[in-house]
Design a protein around this ligand. Structure first.
Ligand code: OAD
Length: 261
């Protein structure tokens, strides 16, 4: 455990956090803030994180073995079904207090950029506006051959749907391992990292590049780096402030402590 970090003793003891006064000052003065979020932010909405064990039928597979172009080429139906299962969970999930606190933060900070690795779309549902979805959105599909999007593809289909334009197989509009991130989103995220005064890393294990490199680069460029995560990560030792606990509890407390609500 890092001696300088604030750790909740256990989940149920979580109470209004006492923020270090320097952090309150930084945040009150900040006009440009960036926040990177990962699967941990949606954990309290009932969605499994990436490195949690998969449930039921899917327990025998590792996400890293399904979320690849090679896996889709070998067995499109298997990969499609796994995403159909994840899409169902995402569709019924509701934003939690952490998502809402980030949407509130955007109202207090003139330039607030929310960079997410999550594909569940919950930040927008919570009201966040300036959201960069680095890994795509699981609710959208596009053709694996010609890239055409389809808003009306009938998600009750058991077979992998076909593209209406070129008959190619449709795939979820998410970034798989070995694929590049969407250029415009990545450029905007890098720009936010360059210009921000405070950079938050929230609910992410910080092991998947290039997203994980953003916090380290922000620190190198002089931003104040704040980590909020259930457990320490490779970023913890470099962060200026680290809070270890549930983001759905810490973020609302932080917003209340800095802006009063
Ligand atoms: P991970 O599953 O790697 O990490 C989630 C982190 O959230 C872990 O460090 C948990 O300790 C933490 N966590 C869990 N519950 C939490 C809570 N309630 N509050 C705060 N933190 C909590 O997920 P990501 O870091 O998002 O990429 O993974 C990054 C990328 O790796 C994913 O987008 C995906 C994956 O492979 C692709 O699919 C390309």
């Amino acid at each position: 455990m890092c001696a300088d970090c604030i750790h909740y003793p256990n989940w149920t003891d979580a109470m209004m956090i006492t923020l270090p006064p320097e952090l309150i000052t930084y945040l009150k003065k900040a006009t440009r803030v960036a926040a990177l979020t990962g699967a941990g932010v949606s954990q309290e909405s009932g969605l499994r994180t990436f490195r949690d064990a998969q449930a039921g039928l899917w327990a025998q597979y590792r996400p890293e073995d399904l979320a690849t172009p090679g896996a889709f080429a070998r067995d499109p139906k298997l990969v499609w079904d796994w995403y159909a299962h994840r899409r169902e969970s995402a569709k019924f999930a509701k934003p939690n207090a952490g998502h809402y606190a980030l949407a509130a933060m955007e109202k207090y900070i003139p330039e607030f950029t929310l960079i997410t690795q999550n594909v569940d779309g919950l930040h927008r549902v919570a009201g966040s506006m300036n959201v960069l979805e680095l890994h795509g959105n699981i609710l959208n599909v596009r053709c694996s051959e010609c890239g055409t999007f389809d808003d009306n593809w009938g998600d009750d289909s058991l077979a992998v749907p076909r593209c209406k334009k070129c008959n190619g197989l449709m795939r979820p509009d998410v970034v798989w391992f070995e694929e590049s991130l969407p250029r415009a989103q990545l450029d905007a995220a890098v720009n936010a990292m360059h210009t921000c005064q405070v950079f938050f890393s929230i609910g992410t294990s910080g092991v998947v590049h290039p997203a994980s490199a953003l916090a380290h680069a922000a620190k190198a460029e002089g931003a104040v780096v704040v980590e909020i995560n259930a457990e320490p990560t490779p970023l913890t030792a470099k962060a200026d402030f680290a809070f270890h606990g549930k983001s759905g509890e810490i973020l609302p407390d932080l917003v209340k402590a800095v802006w009063g609500g």
